[in-house]
Design a protein around this ligand. Sequence first.
Ligand code: AGP
Length: 606
Amino acid sequence: MCGIVAYVGPKDAAPILLEGLQRLEYRGYDSAGLAVVNRGLKVRKVKGRVADLAAAVPARFKGGLGIGHTRWATHGAPSDVNAHPHLDGAERIAVVHNGILENADEIRAKLVADGVDFVSETDTEVLAHLIARAVKETGTLADAVRTALKAVVGTYGIAVVDAERPGEVVVARNGSPIVIGIGEKEMFAASDVAALVRYTRQVVHLEDGELAVLKADGFHTFTMDARETAKVPLTVDWDAGHYDTGGYEHYLLKEINEQPETVARTLRGRIDDRFHIAHLGGLNLTPHETRAFRRVKIIGCGSAYYSGQIGAQLIEELARIPADAEPASEFRYRNPVVEHDTLYVAISQSGETYDTLAAVQELKRKGGRVLGIVNTVGSAIARECDGGIYLHAGPEVSVASTKAFTSTAVAFALLALHFGRVHDLSPADGRRICEGLRRLPEQIREILGREEEIAALARKYADRPSMMFVGRVRGYPVAREGAQKLKEISYVHAEAYPASELKHGPLALIGPDMPTVAVVPDDELLDKNLTTLGEIRARGGQVLMVGHRMAEAKLADDCIVVPKNEVELDPILLTIPLQLFAYHAAVALGRDVDKPRNLAKSVTVE
Ligand code: AGP
């Protein structure tokens, strides 16, 4: 949620921290701040965006050690005072924190009783006071941080500096990511590699329960009980260019337009034309083990969960293995029964979503076999899983997920093909799916070529207070994702329902003020879907149909015709116009497309 950056080295920290915070702003954006060490602490923090912070930082803000933060409020409203870094009373220790400290109120009460004055409403401030107390006794910042962290319960990614130690920064992780960047005689840390790639592509991920001391000439990592740990640096594939808008007005539009290439990357090297199978080297499953699974359970949050619904349908259709998807955030809290013959699949673009990570950890604790479908290489969820599929979709910066969604659905198609061919999917059907997958990038390009037509429809409907999205079976997850995109970036209320459920309640909402987006693939349920369109229009509701058959367009008020693929793969293509629809509706309404209100890209808190 929040973003953290830290720097120690020969350069001035402030410009590096500000640049890094800009890269992380998608993680949280209600306030920002930084501290540098130079004969004491210099601190600036503001309610607002990183640009507001940059404007508040004076030209002479020198110092080669610093920490920065961009906040997504949890404890205390967005304000200058609640912005991080937080300091102790003597202004010696500065802390930036991502996560939630559950026993902060309790600790605060004890500290207040001891005469400590608090200035903010945040949970983080307790850490600054605890570390300041401990450092007087332990003598080293690392030991003081360890001592303080032992007193707190909750999640954190933190970076801490001590005005009396101008050469080191201490970072620690428990549930919120911290990545160390290794430079030439300089070291960095951040909550995401996005903040680091301009300076270095050599990184090290901290594990939960690990801390690190960074100095300009190196770093060392250790556990909460002070045991040294060994780390092997990874090289990040993505460079700074991947984090630019590339000439598009918004990251979202760039990422929507990248999909022919990102889908091709997810497929690259994974289709075998000889046996019509998928090569998925990272699964770490023998055919024998694969055959032993009787069920597949898919978990993820938000759009990742909806792409999991597409995945469950693909696995059932192609492999005939019962499969279903469930929000990870629900799954982890209901004490799930973990079965040895069920394969669990966790989905995450960021690889850091706390609810999904916690669900994976719960599954692992109970002996479940978990695969990850993840975009971010080396992320916590990827590391926690027994095997999986990387999406290779490149960094997704805009808060609303688009290219990761389609790549996840494509990864599921490969997984379903693989399972299907290990079970009873015929070579002919395998070939049909392989050929269908190969057609996807070009067909996506074709849909993107109709952007103006879709934009005009978005402008036509954008002023409605509410929209219904409906679909049957394959169309239903597409409708859910379409509604999700519209509500999160345009703030237009959107409800998604199975088309078959309409007459069991929500039909009462239908009328001139509630248009319906109907996802109507050309499959065996076409006639039933067309009947639904008739029912909606008979009640005065307008229909925007997204489907395949031009002839049926007359049954709707408006229509977006999408190229046809194999029925199992059609949901992937039907999603694309709804992304463009949501984008252009949001633009028409003047929304902050890439950073919608109240949301953050990586939800690393419960
Ligand atoms: C998608 O548009 C949303 N921003 C959100 O639902 C997202 O998909 C969800 O938070 C899961 O994120 P993850 O894929 O990084 O785990």
